[in-house]
Design a protein around this ligand. Structure first.
Ligand code: SF4
Length: 404
């Protein structure tokens, strides 16, 4: 077993229990060297090598004495991503990465390039995963259909960023934004997500400003309250999808545990305490959550709040009976919000920004379910949404494994 490192959690991941170096705090690395009678600048040497991305083992850090290099390799992994398959879409503006981890778990990240426009510099935004799979089970999301695998280690979260930053650096570009909207519910893996944000934010490590980091939640109220107590760490985004409980019970099954009014109340307190605007995301599904009744319900819910709504046409996900709302319907929805003073943006072509498309590559690898399973799932969704549209709450329990 490797020597435990202060400030890190060691979990056996596959056959490799060593924590990833990118998840080890600067102070913990200094302490590791201090235990070996070494000065703090050694930690700086290692951190530089890790964050510049050119060291893949301790042997690459020639400035360290051989015994220290050996000790480092025994104690830590330099990279927690075993391999990555990249797929380009949107004419090269979107790069989907499917990453395999040491235990074979598959996770996804999406790098989105936004060319410069008048008054706006070019941006490169990475959407990352916080869990392998997800317990929440939103039916329009391929990850939700896969179910929960496991929480990611801090370094497994951060290494998605290091990989993308390295690809960008090869083109002399820099990552400008990181959003936790990939696979998983970040607030159900909050300790590690916070440690990852710390690594991304730390000027001695990645050095990305808190305003350039967004963490999304489907509505884990205790997690939102914990973030509020910590003060502003990043932008909070809430996956709202519907303002009526009956419908949200179906679209975001976590709603059966924490109803929408509680979620929005917690987000409102967060905005008031941190002074930071909360963003709400809504996947627009034709004939399901895009009606005038839904627009009015959302307008009533958010009226007067320090909030902004992003409306995103649903990404086609194979095993639902649903399609994206037509553009004019989304525009009418946005107009209803605007009439109530709730600002909204219609996001086009990059549905991944809310995680709706996340999990599609991993789902492909998992294989196509049997036709009878798909048919049952579609029939269940038709039935559940029909009940919801009549205003009937779900009698199904909240998803298992979503914590206290
Ligand atoms: S949309 Fe997010 S919270 Fe819902 S199942 Fe997918 S990954 Fe989980």
């Amino acid at each position: 077993m490797p020597t435990p490192v202060a400030g890190t959690t060691i979990t056996v991941v596959g056959g490799d229990a060593r924590p990833g170096l990118s998840g080890v705090s600067s102070d913990a690395l200094v302490a590791w060297f201090a235990e070996r009678g070494e000065p703090a600048y050694r930690a700086r040497q290692v951190a530089d090598a890790v964050w510049r991305g050119d060291a893949t083992t301790a042997a690459d850090i020639q400035t360290l004495p051989a015994a220290l290099r050996e000790g480092l390799d025994e104690a830590f992994r330099f990279d927690t991503v075993a391999d990555t398959e990249l797929r380009l879409s949107d004419g090269g503006l979107t790069e989907k990465g499917l990453h395999r981890l040491a235990d074979g778990a598959l996770i996804e990240s999406v790098l989105m390039h936004y060319p410069a426009r008048p008054g706006q510099r070019e941006r490169h935004t990475l959407c990352i995963s916080s869990q392998a799979g997800c317990a929440v089970g939103c039916p329009f999301c391929a990850t939700g259909e896969l179910g929960f695998g496991r929480d990611l280690e801090t370094a497994e979260i951060v290494d998605q960023v290091r990989h993308a930053a390295r690809r960008l650096a090869a083109d002399k570009k820099r990552l400008t934004n990181v959003v936790f909207m990939g696979m998983g519910e970040p607030l159900l893996n909050l300790d590690r997500v916070l440690a990852a944000v710390d690594a991304l934010n730390d000027p001695r490590r990645f050095g990305l400003g808190a305003r350039h980091i967004t963490v999304s939640t489907s509505g884990v109220v205790p997690g939102i309250r914990r973030l509020t107590a910590l003060g502003p760490q990043f932008t909070l985004a809430v996956s709202l999808h519907a303002a009526r409980d009956a419908l949200r019970d179906v679209l975001v099954p976590l709603n059966r545990r924490w109803p929408v009014a509680e979620v929005v109340a917690a987000a409102r307190e967060h905005a008031a305490a941190t002074g930071r605007r909360v963003t709400y995301e809504a996947t627009m599904i034709a004939g399901i959550n895009d009606t005038e009744l839904d627009a009015q319900a959302m307008a009533d819910l958010l009226r007067g709040d320090h909030a902004h709504v992003n409306l995103i046409p649903m990404n086609p996900v194979a095993h639902t009976p649903w399609t994206a709302s037509p553009d004019p319907v989304i525009e009418a929805f946005a107009a209803t919000l605007a009439a109530a003073g709730v600002t909204a943006t219609i996001r086009r072509n990059r549905g991944q920004e809310i995680g709706a498309a996340c999990g599609q590559l991993a789902a492909e690898r998992a294989g196509e379910p049997a036709p009878a399973v798909v048919a049952r799932r579609r029939a269940r969704l038709v039935d559940e949404s029909a009940h919801a549209l009549r205003g009937e709450r779900s009698h199904e329990p909240a998803p298992a494994g979503i914590g206290e």
